[in-house]
Ligand binder design. Sequence first.
Ligand SMILES: [Zn+2]
Length: 418
Amino acid sequence: MVSANADKGFSYEITHAPETGLARAGVITTPHGQIQTPAFIPVGTKANVKTVLPEAMEELGAQALLANAYHLYLQPGPSILDEAGGLGAFMNWDKPTFTDSGGFQVLSLGVGFKKVLAMDAQTFRSDQVIAKNKERLAHVDDEGVTFKSHLDGSMHRFTSEVSMQIQHQLGADIMFAFDECTTLHNTRPYQELAMERTYNWAIRCLDEHKRLTDARADKPYQALFGVIQGAQYEDLRKKAATDLGGMSSSGIEFDGFGIGGALDKDSLGTIVGWVNSTLPENKPKHLLGIGAPEDLFVGVENGVDTFDCVLASRIARTSAVYTMTGRYNVSNAPYVRDFNPIDDECDCYTCKNYTRAYLCHLFRGKEMLAGTLATIHNERFIVRLVDQMRQAIIDGTFQEMKKEFMGRYAHKSGQARD
Ligand SMILES: [Zn+2]
């Protein structure tokens, strides 16, 4: 079963689907190559994975990278990437690329939180949440979001059309529709309002996407994923999945879907399950901003094909490293004279060539190589873990694999987007 737009170079095929549950293995084909799914997509926020060369990302098994439209819009500007031949060419990455819509980042400015979102809504007092000592830098209305640049304080406005124009210029293989993210703390009426806006913005994204695809017919095809909102409410999530799953405008549909919004750990599997059991089965599903090991199992189990998250690289730069038994900080005292690799079960470049003692020394000396080596390890750990889940689905051993991993791994929460 191959989804639409195969003639344009984009398709998704389910290759293995166990009889029970939503988990599946498949292949996404893009103009820049294939992605074997489930897959973890490392984040290169500003067209680079911080501290790591693209060659090293390829060597550690990354099949694709995701960059952020908001950051690249502000600097260097999307027209520069367009002139360079698109995101991949600009950053010397010849495999598939993703960009997000910029919606999450500009709406984060509205609340001053990094991980939790809320909007400006004059009618709902409980929706006025904002981080302590932060200025509200974004205001949302029915047409889009007006925001102040975090770089120089200049004013900007994103709408569905602007987001599509930026993402077409950035030139990634997979793009996301402009959506309004909310928090789990917003009121129910506000969630309904935000979902209605996201619905209207989705139609406008399809229309503008069609116009730009036709106008730029000489460029490789860029797939567009609709984003499912609805917070923690079953009826809203299912309505959004039904509406966007069946949406067609200007004669086109979404090529796949993203699952967005703040998601708490306890409800993650339930919410993703509602959405993925409602969306069309034969289209790829991406879970935005999720990347902690235990959450990846829950996503895969509930039908997620791809993930992105900055957590692996962000925590690496603070000396936190993953192992099969949990996370630890390699700069801590116990590792000063520890000549073992970060994780003796890991096959990454760092673990093959360096010791905990060396990493500990680099971090304490504030050497830049510390971040590079720790990021290579963490990204490899997460990429490989999801690859192992894929193999377990193919082998019919996913539940056993999950049980074994969870029996050893000490939990740490995490949802993170730049
Ligand atoms: Zn390693």
